[in-house]
Write a protein that binds this ligand. Structure first.
Ligand code: G6Q
Length: 537
């Protein structure tokens, strides 16, 4: 189905007239009308530039694109990742219905999903209770996850987010960058005899991950000998042969499948480092949270569907108002890496310029996503959101209860969150400034235009369940936007390009002698580098 963009134009006709001050003054029920609950999250979207008619047209936009049908196709395991000829089934990874069956190429994938989860659970129990020991008989105290992109960002984000649930005696490290500093500094912080390396790579060929994995293996072999590798290295991958080639016993490999995209792989075996940290029970709770949001998304009507609503509001601003970006502002230090995690999820999925027929799109696709935890951001970039010339819709995320009650700090944190959304929506008029006694020459500078759209997401407490549901909420938002944009959200040819290009340049950097055939700028940079590291120009 082709998206009928006239519904966005219609939505915009209403939206442009909206003053949030006026809307709230005229309709005492507005906050309630534009709020909803799902899977442990409360969404207040009343501080958006919408009224009932705007929303009706936005829902028609979604309907015209066939969102309902596409949701059903994804959950059923159809091969909607057409350019890679793959199903998109991260939802199967957290399907908690013991009777569920999901077929890909005529085979039910659920028995394999459950088997890997059970194997992960068994392994993490053994590491955590000391049954699995290092080669010298010592207990494992350090976990080093080596992976990048989708094999890193999710585990890093969730490890920080679920710190209160983690076994504090196990220290988790994450090495991703091919910058040797990353692995070197990590190895300085761990003891070989007490360290377990998890090499996490779907393909087991990614340059950064394999380089770091080899460096870690060399280091371990030097310290403990070659026989120690089997007790100190496990793999998470879809590529059994590559794992064996690297020298990891495939009995210690945790598999997943080509229908799990890297950036959607946290609930797969890629989450092993997280399971080691928080234990299999809490990992299961995370999956429960994902599943609750999945079920909401799959079954709720568009008008009461949280991911659909967030997706439509996003499109209103990106394509109606021309907003280039949106900001995600978690008021919870445990969610400090959540914006970075979302960056990959959204920008790699919908950062596309051709539609499903291969034709250039004539509208804006995936937006730029960015953000920082509150209140830190308030002391840096919020100025631009309040008084700058860009429109930057914001999602504020807060948790009513803290894991760390210290005096009135949490009340202060939440007061800041609520105050920001209020200030952004209602601003401050020139007259209000004058009434406060602001001198006339300063009035233009102290006036806030307001009418800046925000969503507020609140949960009772950040738990494995609410984290899982929050991740799924954004995953499905991105899915809905991809359907409306009519782009393939689950391939990433731009990432592939980078993987190929660097190989050629590496050869030119390291060969004994070279005849450089790049453009003049690249040639000059390569020549300069070669000279600086003592190689022939
Ligand atoms: C994610 C991307 C990308 C990928 C990394 C790591 O969706 O495809 O970020 O996760 O390039 O790939 P491997 O897991 O194969 O090492």
């Amino acid at each position: 189905m082709k998206t009928d963009w006239k519904f966005l134009e219609k939505a915009m006709r209403q939206s442009r007239k909206i003053s949030l001050r006026g809307q709230f003054a005229d309709d005492p029920a507005r906050a309630r009308k534009f709020s909803m609950k799902a899977a442990g999250w409360f969404l207040d979207y009343s501080k958006n530039l919408v009224n009932v008619r705007t929303m009706t047209n936005l829902f028609k936009l979604a309907e015209s694109a066939g969102v309902k049908t596409e949701i059903a196709r994804m959950f059923a395991g159809e091969k909607i990742n057409v350019t890679e000829n793959r199903a998109v089934l991260h939802t199967a990874l957290r399907n908690r219905d013991p009777k569920a069956q999901i077929f890909v190429d005529g085979k039910d994938v659920m028995p394999d999903v459950r088997a890997v989860l059970a194997a992960m659970g068994d392994f993490s129990d053994r590491v955590r209770n000391g049954a699995w020991r290092g080669a010298t008989g010592k207990r494992i105290k350090y976990i080093v996850n080596i992976g990048i992109g989708g094999s890193d960002l999710g585990p890093v984000m969730a490890n920080i987010a679920l710190t209160p649930y983690s076994k504090r005696s196990l220290k988790c490290f994450f090495v991703s960058n091919v910058d040797s500093t990353h692995i070197a500094e990590t190895l300085r912080s761990v003891k070989a005899a007490e360290t377990l390396f998890i090499v996490a790579s779907k393909t087991f060929t990614t340059q950064e991950t394999m380089s770091n994995a080899h460096a870690a293996k060399d280091w371990l072999v030097k310290k403990l000998g070659a026989d120690a590798v089997a007790r100190h290295f496990v793999a998470v991958s879809t590529a059994k042969d590559e794992v064996a080639k690297f020298g990891i016993d495939t009995a210690n490999m945790f598999g997943f499948w080509d229908w799990v995209g890297g950036r959607y792989s946290l609930p797969s075996a890629i989450g092993l480092s997280l399971m080691l940290a928080i234990g299999k029970r809490n990992f299961g709770r995370l999956l429960d949270g994902y599943f609750a949001m999945d079920e909401h998304f799959r079954t709720a009507p568009l008008e009461r569907n949280m991911p659909v609503i967030l997706a439509l509001l996003g499109i209103l601003y990106s394509n109606g108002y021309g907003a280039e970006s949106y900001c995600v502002l978690p008021y919870d230090q445990y969610l400090s890496r959540f914006p970075a995690y979302l960056q990959q999820m959204d920008m790699e999925s919908n950062g596309k310029c051709v539609d499903k027929s291969g034709n250039p799109v004539i509208f804006r696709t995936g937006p730029i996503e960015w953000g920082e935890p509150g209140t830190n951001g308030q002391h840096s970039f919020y100025q631009l959101i309040h008084q700058g010339t860009h429109m930057i819709p914001c999602d504020f995320i807060g948790c009513c209860q803290t894991h760390n009650p210290v005096g009135d700090l949490h009340d202060k944190l939440m007061a800041n969150l609520f105050a920001q959304t209020e200030a952004l929506a209602f601003g401050k008029t020139a007259d209000e400034c004058r009434a406060e006694g602001v001198p006339e020459n300063l009035v233009p500078f102290k006036t806030f235009p307001g009418n800046k759209p925000t969503n507020t997401l609140l949960c009772r407490k950040l738990t494995p369940e609410t984290l899982g549901a929050l991740i799924a909420l954004y995953e499905h938002k991105v899915f809905v936007q991809g359907v409306i944009f009519d782009v393939f959200s689950y391939d990433q040819w731009g990432v592939q390009l980078g993987k190929v290009l660097a190989k050629g340049v590496l050869q030119d950097l390291t060969a004994e002698t070279v005849e450089l055939k790049h453009d003049a700028s690249t040639n000059q940079l390569i020549a300069r580098y070669r000279k600086a590291v003592g190689r022939k120009a």
